[in-house]
Design a protein around this ligand. Structure first.
Ligand code: PMV
Length: 323
């Protein structure tokens, strides 16, 4: 086979990855936990093209050049080395959600591309091997390879750093309602952000408690204990943002409407609604709630000034080939 199409979902980090111990291999300074987001898809078609002199990337109908292309070529070089092929690829990718809006578009994209490109070369990688490969494109992409609720084991080297699923999507109907307050791309990429993490005096404190938070988060998901999940998810997200805001130079990803949504979520929770909030490297707020609260949460979020759109997702499956 020299052409393959794969689909992967983005993921929302419930315990965050922030900081690399090896920026080249994307080996993280801590483990992390996430949930895949069903319905939001990155679809990638990879074909080997013997006549091409250089890899080509078309994203959402437009040819990508510059840094974006350089990053994908570096990744495809790794695929070529693994498969022992020399030909260039044509990659045609499309997301059905806004790119660079803090919805981990690169995670879904590299998970889908890992599967499509290796399959086009005739390789059949197992899940762990695919997860390691996806990590080389974008760290958090390793978590979009397995399905459902996923943990990225930080590891000590390339072989030991990959993600596995600890509960399937149908384990718990938890929903992520993404309050979009801005669709603008981020000013500082997470890639650059990871390099700044160690410059914050708070990073050490964040890392001291992360093993305990990983345990609490995993247990809360396995027990479907929303109150316990809410507490650890919000604390972990705010710890990461405190690190971001106190690094040199400081990184502020929030917009005024971000804070409005955070305050509203705290208010609703104090009134008895099972909701909590988490934010990745962008201004949009991911509001988690059990499935039976979905309609109510969306309606409330749409009433918060500055919220332009709400995207909702249930737990998603693994990266897979499209036949
Ligand atoms: O995989 P990257 O380099 O895009 O980093 C992701 C960083 C966060 O989204 C902020 C946290 C996470 O664990 O996904």
């Amino acid at each position: 086979m020299s052409v393959a199409v794969a689909v992967a979902f983005p993921n929302i980090a419930l315990i965050k990855y922030w900081g690399d111990r090896d920026a080249d291999l994307h080996l993280p300074v801590n483990g992390s936990i996430s949930m895949n987001l069903a319905g939001l898809t990155a679809r990638s078609q990879a074909s080997l093209e013997p006549h091409l002199a250089q890899d080509e990337l078309i994203l959402n109908g437009e040819r990508v050049e510059g840094d974006g292309l350089v990053r994908v070529i570096a990744f495809l070089d790794r695929v070529r080395a693994l498969a022992g092929v020399e030909e260039r690829f044509r990659v045609v990718s499309a997301n059905n959600f806004p790119t660079a809006a803090g919805i981990a578009s690169s995670a879904a994209a590299f998970a889908a591309l890992s599967l499509a490109a290796t399959t086009a070369c005739g390789l059949r990688l197992g899940e762990a091997e695919l997860s390691r490969l996806a990590r080389l494109g974008s760290g958090s992409a390793c978590r979009s390879v397995p399905g459902g609720f996923v943990e990225w084991h930080m590891g000590v080297d390339h072989a030991s750093s990959y993600a596995t699923s600890f509960a399937p999507p149908e384990h718990w109907d938890l929903r992520d309602h993404i309050a979009l307050v801005s669709e603008a791309g981020k000013a500082v990429s997470s890639r650059q952000g990871h390099l700044l993490a160690s410059s914050s005096p708070l990073q050490e404190g964040r890392l001291l408690g992360v093993t305990e938070r990983l345990g609490r988060c995993r247990s809360a998901i396995l027990a479907k204990d929303f109150a316990a999940l809410a507490e650890v998810v919000e604390q972990d997200s705010l710890l990461m943002h405190a690190v971001m805001m106190t690094s040199s130079p400081p990184l502020f990803y929030w917009a005024p409407a971000t804070l409005r949504v955070l305050s509203a979520v705290r208010q609703w929770r104090s009134e008895g609604a099972p909701v909590c909030a988490t934010i990745d490297a962008g201004p949009n707020v991911h509001v988690l709630a059990p499935g039976e609260w979905a309609e109510w949460v969306v309606e409330q979020l749409q009433g918060v000034p500055g919220v332009k759109q709400v995207l909702s997702a249930a737990p998603g499956g693994p990266a897979h080939l499209e036949m």
